[in-house]
Design a protein around this ligand. Structure first.
Ligand SMILES: [Zn+2]
Length: 302
């Protein structure tokens, strides 16, 4: 009996050790940084290696535009060394604003989209929910910054800068890890660029306008037939968008896993596109973007 207890304890300890390499900050002695979404978590873990504990706020399947952080998450962030966010809307903006009011000197706050050439007006006219402030103070910026390899390159560099600020003695280590991450992102970007080059100007359909940066990167046209989460398109608008998709021979409809499918399938009965379901908020964001790229490249012959 005692032996089996010891074995179980050893197993638990081993599992905890593995998890804490990049997820649990329980008194490891390492610096702790909090990121907002899984694509950034993926990049941050790769650059941080075993030197920093990285925690991600948005749970799997969560929607960053409507998610409400819990009180314990606020406290968790307040006790970390850095909070890194990518978008100026939704829960990230709410946390950043709150931290800027209550921030201690120890906590660094970083907007990882700094340096990204932002798009304005591609995400609809301010359909976001504003729980913590009113009006449209973010100026219609398209928040889906992470749906782009080119943007993720800038984000990775910003993450590395932040880690070097938090843990200066290991700057060389973070730089070396960054070089590997950037090489991966560059080869992903080059591959998608190569695959999509013959399809410049082609249109694809999305339910929610989550791929504006991706469309810009490769000269594609995104036609959104849905809308924001809290704002349905009118019947007239919908008709126009369906006509546009048909007129532009859009052959692919990209749907976000978990929350777009049903309505999108109904609309697609009038478009007849191939529905491609991806999870753009997955840690494996690279594979998700690649799936979109190859789907667009393989449909139609223009
Ligand atoms: Zn959105």
């Amino acid at each position: 009996m005692r032996n089996s207890n010891i074995i179980i304890c050893a197993l638990v300890a081993a599992v905890v050790a593995v998890l804490s390499a990049c997820s649990s900050g329980e008194s490891s002695g390492r610096p702790k940084v909090v990121v907002s979404i899984m694509p950034v978590y993926d990049v941050a873990c790769a650059i941080a290696g075993d030197s920093v504990d990285v925690v991600c706020l948005l749970p799997r399947g969560g929607n960053p535009e409507t998610y409400e952080p819990t009180m314990s998450q606020y406290v968790d962030v307040e006790h970390s060394d850095a909070f890194m966010y990518v978008s100026n809307t939704g829960f990230e903006a709410a946390i950043a604003a709150r931290l800027k009011e209550n921030a201690t000197d120890r906590l660094t706050i970083a907007d990882l989209s700094s340096g990204v050439k932002l798009l304005y007006g591609t995400h609809g006219d301010c359909g976001h929910k504003h729980h913590h402030h009113s009006g449209c103070s973010h100026g219609d910026v398209d928040p889906h910054v992470w749906s782009s390899a080119k943007n993720m390159r800038v984000i990775a560099q910003n993450v590395c800068d932040m880690l070097k600020k938090v843990d200066a003695p290991r700057a060389d280590y973070y730089d070396a890890n960054l070089a590997v991450v950037l090489a991966d992102i560059d080869s992903l970007d080059a591959e998608m660029g190569r695959v999509l080059a013959p399809h410049r100007g082609k249109a694809f359909v999305v339910w929610h306008p989550s791929l504006s940066y991706f469309a810009r990167d490769y000269g594609l046209e995104q036609i959104s037939v849905g809308g924001q989460e809290n704002k349905e398109a009118s019947v007239n608008q919908l008709r126009q968008k369906i006509d546009k998709a048909n007129g532009r021979d859009a052959a692919v409809m990209v749907v976000q896993l978990n929350y777009d499918d049903r309505q999108a399938q109904v609309i697609n009965e009038q478009i007849g596109a191939r529905v491609v379901t991806v999870d753009l908020l997955n840690a494996d964001w690279a594979q998700q973007l690649k799936t979109v790229a190859y789907a667009i490249a393989s449909e139609g012959n223009d």
